[in-house]
Design a protein around this ligand. Structure first.
Ligand code: ATP
Ligand code: MG
Length: 725
């Protein structure tokens, strides 16, 4: 035991050690990236178990992603050499879900309630707009969804809203009300609802609240800066009176403000827990000196920071490499070439990450990586459980478990097609709305009324019979057999088998993989707090909530592609931060909003600080994105990095750059004074060349030069430092 304690402590610096061993009940660890916050959290938990004899059962830890939760559990197990299964470690959503499952009655939810992801939510909203006779053009479903989620994140229910006389507000409220009613009727819970309900559960049920307050010895929160209002309110309830809360965070890494996260929670914490201890960590263990210097310099441009110093004992390391790509293909080409040589030099693929601002950027890299036969994995794209064919199969399973799940009903009623017409569907929706019943019940009513044509009647009857039959058929069989039976008997498998070539094949493969996933599903590790759940319900909840984990282990040896947002908390030896262009990163929407621009800058800070040893930055001089061609300026964040940290990467001579039709603008020819078409110039790295054309003005001015040795290149004048010959 002493040995374990020694390891626990000896692998920490003084400040970290203080945070881990402090007798204070409420603790705020406020520190910059890579300073060991997550490490401190893990060691704190281990310390309590080992030294203070706190039971595993009494530990609650909240992380930002499922991946992080899994990692944390693993690290604690490694430290203590025991199973950490009894601990509650999960995301806010995961923990909330578990609470609700354990207390469905007090939470006023049906036992069979189902969690729906945001794609299901959007479908439901679209359907609702039809029912309410609201035009999608005037009421964009995504905006409605955003609005509803924003309300929930603030803890506001429809009944708490006051619409006033504004017609727009009144309609929004009407939609929110109808949405709530529909979810209630169908036993559906969206992600925001999980949090809101979990909060109400504790707030409105003193017994439940007391039980958990007593159960948890200490509540731990990672990435505290990105908690939203309702999450924080929930934490407060849980720790009321005992103030037993240990949070770690970094105001400079708050990047979910757009989704309701509140940096202010850090200030509120200091007010609400007056006896708290603040610990600041200042040594960064992750990155080289160069990388850290660049990160610090960028974030220093933000205002209103809490202010933290961050230093490292590591060497300066290589300068940060900057590559000006001709276009997005060239950028991908460059990155993949670098990854290839990293691998050839003995590096591992899994130590490499490509980080981008927007998911749409991943395609270029995927294509290049595929061509180069380099294994990769994309986070946050369409994950296994989010694929259409998988969702269809799951929807059948859901409908079998709960006939009143309208989202699933709508999903499968005509998949595969079974001749149920738009008219019948419309009639069912009307009945459902007027009688405030589920679509399934509405179908029964419609059948009873007997006004349907023979064909329509038969089609509906057949569907109702199919679901009932499936229900009986799967009764008593193993979960994977259920999945197998459902995909076969529902006609889904056959439906996809008939689909054209590759597409269908892949879907059939995926469906078979679902059977496999069900077979391998580990009930034990998902059991606690869900004992009252059927295996099927447990699997369905898992598929919705934890879908990201599924593939994580299978692809250990591959390059990681992800958005900057999902890179939070992670680290990689070699990082490519791509698409550093105005309008992309920082994003277009943030350009004229100071607050959002600062959030983009924090995102840049997060990106830079993911790198341990090597960092490559790149931008494209022309980019085709969302089907449009643009000629963006390099990102302002590039200028915020001290010049001495950056080294421009030289193109290899054999890369011949395509010359596209950028028309020289004669008006700008003279702007830089000394540069004219045909002018001979010399560049430090590329040697002698002749100016072919120029473009843009001021900071953005660029010149195309035909270099004798390296061929034709576009250069930013501001960076090029040309000498006139
Ligand atoms: P982020 O803000 O990005 O979430 P963090 O503050 O949570 O970062 P960690 O991920 O906990 O930082 O630690 C960063 C890296 O530094 C990890 O690889 C960790 O193992 C290492 N590290 C932290 N503290 C020490 C220490 N005292 N000695 C050696 N390595 C350490
Ligand atoms: Mg961390």
């Amino acid at each position: 035991k002493n040995e374990v304690v020694t390891t626990l402590i000896s692998t920490l610096n003084d400040a970290q050690c203080q945070a881990v061993t402090t007798p204070a009940q409420s603790v705020l660890v406020l520190a910059g990236a890579g300073s060991g916050k997550t490490r401190v959290l893990v060691h704190r938990i281990a310390w309590q178990i080992q030294v203070r004899n706190v039971s595993m059962h009494s530990i609650l830890a909240v992380t930002f992603t499922n991946k992080a939760a899994k990692e944390m559990r693993g690290r604690i197990e490694a430290l203590l050499q025991v199973s950490a299964r009894a601990m509650w470690i999960g995301t806010f959503h995961g923990v909330a879900h578990r609470l609700l499952r354990s207390h469905t009655k007090q939470a006023k939810l049906p036992d069979t309630f189902q969690v729906m992801d945001s794609a299901d939510q959007l479908r439901l909203i679209k359907r609702l707009l039809v029912t309410l006779n609201l035009d999608e053009d005037k009421w964009p479903p995504r905006q409605i969804q955003w609005h509803i989620n924003a309300q929930k994140d603030e803890g506001i229910r429809a009944k708490d809203c006051i619409a006033g006389y504004d017609l727009y507000q009144q309609n929004l409220l009407k939609i929110y009300q109808a949405y709530e009613a529909l979810c209630e009727r169908s036993g559906l819970v969206d992600f925001g609802e999980l949090l809101l309900r979990a909060h109400e559960l504790l707030r409105d049920n003193p017994d439940v609240l007391r039980f958990y307050q007593q159960r948890f010895n200490q509540v731990h929160v990672d990435e505290f800066q990105d908690t939203n209002a309702i999450q924080y309110a929930w934490l407060r309830l849980l720790t009321q009176g005992q103030d037993n809360i240990f949070v770690v965070g970094d105001d400079d890494q708050s990047i979910y403000g757009w989704r309701g996260a509140k940096i202010e929670n850090i200030y509120s914490f200091q007010k609400h827990y007056p006896d708290h201890q603040v610990v600041k960590l200042e040594q960064n263990y992750r990155s080289t000196g160069m990388i850290l210097k660049a990160a610090n310099a960028v974030v220093a441009n933000n205002e209103g920071r809490m202010g933290k110093a961050l230093w490292t004992a590591s060497a300066d390391g290589d300068p940060i490499a900057l590559y000006a790509a001709f276009n997005e293909q060239d950028e991908a080409y460059f990155v993949v070439e670098r990854i290839r040589s990293w691998f050839n030099d003995g590096g591992k693929y899994s130590d490499v990450a490509i980080l981008y601002r927007s998911n749409a950027q991943s395609r270029q890299f995927e294509e290049r990586l595929m061509t180069a036969a380099i294994p990769y994995r994309v986070y946050g794209g369409l994950r296994f459980f989010e694929r259409a064919e998988i969702k269809n199969a799951l929807a059948y399973l859901r409908l079998i478990a709960n006939r009143h799940d309208d989202a699933s009903f709508e999903r499968v009623i005509n998949t595969p097609t079974r001749g149920i017409g738009a008219k019948s569907l419309e009639d069912m929706r009307t009945i459902a709305r007027e009688l405030a019943i589920s679509m399934w019940s509405a179908m029964m009513v419609l059948l009873d009324q007997g006004h349907l044509s023979g064909r329509a009647n038969n089609a509906l009857l057949a569907f109702a019979q199919l679901i009932k039959n499936l229900d009986q058929l799967v009764e008593g069989s193993e979960l994977y057999e259920k999945v197998q039976l459902v995909i076969e008997k529902s006609g889904l498998l056959e439906f996809h088998e008939k689909e054209k070539a590759d597409k269908g094949d892949e879907k059939v493969e995926n469906l078979k993989e679902l059977v496999n996933a069900a077979r391998l599903f580990d009930f034990d590790s998902n059991l606690e707090g869900m004992e009252n759940l059927s295996e099927l319900d447990m699997f369905l909840a898992y598929a919705t909530l934890e879908s990201g984990d599924m593939q994580a282990d299978d692809f250990d040896e591959c390059v990681q592609l992800m958005t900057l947002h999902s890179a939070k908390g992670l680290e990689f030896k070699l990082v490519f931060l791509v698409g550093l262009e105005e309008g992309l990163f920082p994003s277009q929407q943030s350009l004229d909003d100071v607050g959002r621009l600062q959030e983009e800058r924090r995102l840049c800070y997060v990106g830079i600080t993911r790198a341990m040893q090597y960092l490559y930055l790149s931008y494209a001089e022309s980019r085709r994105l969302y089907g449009r061609e643009s000629y963006p300026r390099p990102s302002r964040f590039l200028r915020e990095i001290p010049a001495e940290c950056i080294q421009e990467v030289r193109l290899r001579a054999e890369v011949s750059r395509p010359v596209t039709a950028i028309k020289p603008k004669s008006a700008s020819l003279q702007t830089a004074g000394q540069y004219r078409l045909g002018q001979r110039v010399s560049h430090v790295k590329f040697g002698e060349g002749v100016i072919l054309q120029t473009e843009g003005a001021g900071d953005q001015e660029r010149v195309q030069i035909n270099f004798r040795q390296v061929g034709i290149k576009w250069l930013m004048l501001a960076y090029a430092k040309l000498d006139v010959l």
